[in-house]
Design a protein. Structure first.
Lengths: 184, 259
């Protein structure tokens, strides 16, 4: 009972606000709100925005990098295909050229061999003719000398002697030719 | 009154209302007034310094500040007000939560040990602020009559019921809800502080004044004071949260479109 009396006697009432407290509380809180509104919250919001920008920007950058890589890959593939085609073309060209060179060489060699053969044949014919002419002259002279010595008559007249020899040889040839063809 | 009889000398004076009316420090300035100013300075200075050089990847200090902000912004403001309108109320909700939190925690911080919200003047100051904001945005959003209709005639009710419902809704929105907001935190802080005082002063009295046989009982009293201090810490955080959540909720309700 004493306690109740104490409460009743108290000059204070906890439910009645002191005007000073309301005013001070209001002003202090209003100032705090101002500080938060003016400085803290915008800074936090800026950070949040930066952070989301960073994340979204990162994703965008990654996508861009991927697209870039894709582009480069395609470019590289195209270049590779081009290079392959180029290489094939060069190879074909080289092969064709080689074939051409080979053909040319072959024809040149053929020509050269033909030429050499012809030349040889011509030379051979010339030599043969020369040998025949020489032999004919020698043989004629020796035969005339021999005949002159045998008949004792100098057949000084060259022209006549020559004609005689020629006649003799022609006769010889004409007689010997059928004899050889018949003998063989 | 058994303990009183057994005492050797001096009478136990239980803590009461007078425990909340401390003599002024100087002039008309009392301890709660100093504390409330101190709390505003602490919160303001803390967030000014903590946000001065924010990094994309937070350090430990920034993480703590960011956590408080993130909690007020997303868990309280955005969830209660809605993603469309919550941006401009962030400072209010953020300020209410941190300001009340610090003031409540004063109740268990050694040497300070006085929850300023146990003085009803301060919850009333916050109540005035919140009251103005809620109804201003309500009237602005819906127009004067529109807002009254929004408050007094919730849709989906049979017409005759409005005779009963409308006055109740009016009183509810314009008087009971906001007043309850202020009284809730005041009463919780007042009662909590009183309980701590009972056990602390009781233990002190038992130790100093009680007969030798009763002195050990003071240990129990002190132990309870300590245990209840932890309970009180929980309640103090919770009350700050509730005040902020309900404010956000009222703002959300005032802004809500008719469904």
């Amino acid at each position: 009972m004493k306690k109740h009396l104490v409460l009743a006697e108290s000059e204070h009432n906890p439910i009645l606000p002191a005007p000073t407290e309301i005013i001070v509380g209001f002003v202090a809180f209003a100032l705090l709100l101002f500080v938060l509104h003016r400085y803290a919250v915008p800074r936090f919001e800026k950070l949040y925005k930066e952070r989301s920008d960073r994340i979204e920007g990162g994703i965008a950058r990654a996508e861009e990098a991927q697209a870039e890589a894709q582009r480069t890959l395609e470019q590289y593939k195209a270049q590779l295909a081009e290079a392959r085609a180029e290489a094939a073309r060069i190879r074909d060209d080289a092969r064709a050229e080689g074939q051409q060179i080979l053909d040319e060489m072959r024809s040149q060699a053929q020509e050269e061999s033909d030429r050499i053969i012809n030349q040889g044949q011509a030379q051979l014919a010339a030599q043969k003719a020369q040998v025949i002419a020489e032999l004919r002259a020698d043989l004629g002279r020796h035969a005339v000398d021999l005949a002159g010595k045998v008949v004792g008559e100098s057949l000084e007249d060259e022209d006549r002697a020559q004609r005689t020899v020629d006649r003799f040889l022609d006769e010889l040839e004409s007689t010997s030719a059928p004899s050889t063809s018949t003998s063989s | 009154m058994g303990a009183l009889v057994l005492s050797q000398g001096g009478t136990f004076e239980p803590p009461g209302v007078d425990s909340f009316f401390l003599p002024p420090i100087f002039g008309g300035v009392t301890k709660p007034i100093v504390l409330v100013v101190l709390s505003a300075v602490i919160v303001g200075a803390y967030f000014l310094i903590a946000t001065r050089n924010l990094k994309l990847v937070p350090g430990k200090g920034q993480f703590a500040a960011e956590y408080l902000y993130d909690f007020s912004r997303n868990t309280i403001a955005r969830d209660q007000i809605g993603a469309k309108d919550f941006q401009r109320f962030i400072p209010l909700i953020f300020g209410l939560f941190t300001f009340i939190l610090v003031n409540n925690l004063f109740g268990i911080i050694p040497l300070i040990q006085f929850p300023t919200m146990a003085k009803i003047g301060f919850p009333i100051a916050l109540f005035i602020m919140v009251y103005i904001v809620i109804h201003t945005v309500g009237f602005k959003r819906h127009g004067f009559l529109g807002y009254l209709k929004h408050v007094m005639f919730p849709p989906g009710v049979p017409k005759p019921v409005y005779i009963l419902l409308s006055p109740i809704e009016f009183l509810q929105k314009f008087l009971f809800q906001p007043v309850a907001l202020a009284i809730r935190v005041f009463a919780a802080m007042f009662a909590g502080h009183l309980i701590l005082l009972v056990f602390a002063l009781g233990g002190h009295y038992l130790l100093i004044e009680a007969s030798a046989l009763l002195k050990p009982v003071s240990i129990v009293s002190f132990a309870f004071a300590i245990i209840l201090t932890f309970a009180e810490a929980l309640i103090q955080v919770l009350q700050a949260y509730i005040f902020a959540v309900l404010t956000a909720n009222f703002i959300g309700a005032a802004l809500a479109e008719e469904h």
